[in-house]
Design a protein around this ligand. Sequence first.
Ligand SMILES: Nc1ncnc2c1ncn2[C@@H]1O[C@H](COP(=O)(O)OP(=O)(O)OP(=O)(O)O)[C@@H](O)[C@H]1O
Length: 496
Amino acid sequence: MSDQYQKFKRILDNNSKLLDEVQEKDSFGYRYDFTKIINLLLYILDHSFDGYLLSDGKGIVFYGNKAVERISGIPLKLIIGKTSKDMLAEGIILTNSIKILGKNPLSIIQKVKTGVEVFITSIPIYDIQGNVVFYIANYRDMRELNKLKKIVDENAHYKLPEAFLTELKELRNRLLETDDIIVRSHDMKKTLESMIKVSQVDVNVLLTGESGVGKEVLTKLIHKYSSRKDGPFIQINCGAIPESLLESELFGYEKGAFSGAQKGKMGLLEVANKGTILLDEIGDLPLNLQVKFLRAIENQEFYRLGGVKPTKLDVRIISATHKDLQAMVEAGTFRRDLFYRLHVVNISIPSLRDRRDDIVPLASHFLKIFNKKYGTNKIFASDVCNALENYKWPGNVRELKNTIENLVIFNEDRMINNKCLPKHIFQHESECHQVTGKRSMGLKESMENLEKQLIIKSLKKHGTIRKAASALKVNHSTIVRKIKKYNIGLPDVQDD
Ligand SMILES: Nc1ncnc2c1ncn2[C@@H]1O[C@H](COP(=O)(O)OP(=O)(O)OP(=O)(O)O)[C@@H](O)[C@H]1O
């Protein structure tokens, strides 16, 4: 104690005069005056670069440090004594932040009346009965975070200090959480890094990936973190609109351009001016429109149907497809010149079966969403995770989302176990798939997967760990160790 105290004293002696006021010496050593210690803590908070807001269990702010004022540009006297609801009503904050006063830590981006965007992480503090007694909200300036990101992007070729990169990644993860996008697998993290990088450069992007992998949600992310974020985000599915309407939808038309055109109409390329347009299913764009579109990109302008005055094209084009455009080019069904215009950067989003580490976090995320939507409180049994991870998910994240919604709606019991899952989920399960699946697993990972599957099967078949161990011709302790290693759930198995 006294060593620690001396160390603390030395640091403070060098930095401030406060310590003399904090301590009161008695005959046994040092006694502390807690009022003074709290003052010391507040002194430290006031000299912190990050902002801190403390509110009571009802969300009424009782303390804010100087950095909150510096970051938000709002005087503290307008904040202290108020809840976020009061601040929203008074126009001090422009986005509703009530959800940060929940039972769990949460991060949000909040816009305040000075126009500044603040990244807030709120952490509830509990008493021993589990009631929230107060909240600590950590304030960070989005401009600072974006500056940090820019430095990293611009200096990607230099080796930056590890701690700096770790912090940046952590911030990116937290930003993602505010966007409700779940990314845990290594491959998807890499894809996301490319997305964030490309969001900073105003180039056309071609996103490839099977249906339901998340092309649309990730396109919105590119738009949101780009310099066009204040412009519109427009989306059109080229495959869903009849060919006869697609041209006027994209390019617009002038009055009298065709019978029935009593008034002129803007096309989506014009509506998206200064923003981003997502052309989904670009492989379905008919050849005649491919020509017109190419011309628009090359000339940076286009004509409405029946129009004689050109309209400026100032949009970032993100095209998405689950088709093999390169093969279509070779087959002559997609123009090569347009392909190269759209494909300045190509980002390929892996199928869900090739990023199995994302499956359970996504399933838990959707369970939370649908529990909230339907007012339920369903939970997964541990065996469900294995089944979900082993299924091929041909419809990718969309199929997983629909499956979880169905389970929440139709499952009678609170606990969702393997028996509740649709039968087809088990039809694809086989060790062979584990070893020869499309994702290129290393030999070690493939062997481990196979080992895990064999243990699960043997446990299911024999019902006890000892019998399963005997069937697999290994010791009981080996199976126990591997159950732990692979996190295998044991609802119906006895530890004999
Ligand atoms: N990483 C993710 N985190 C959370 N939700 C996701 C994620 N990826 C996809 N989703 C959800 O899955 C569904 C399908 O995603 P999305 O529409 O982006 O796929 P897509 O690749 O554009 O599909 P399509 O090619 O059929 O248009 C959406 O409801 C989306 O919100």
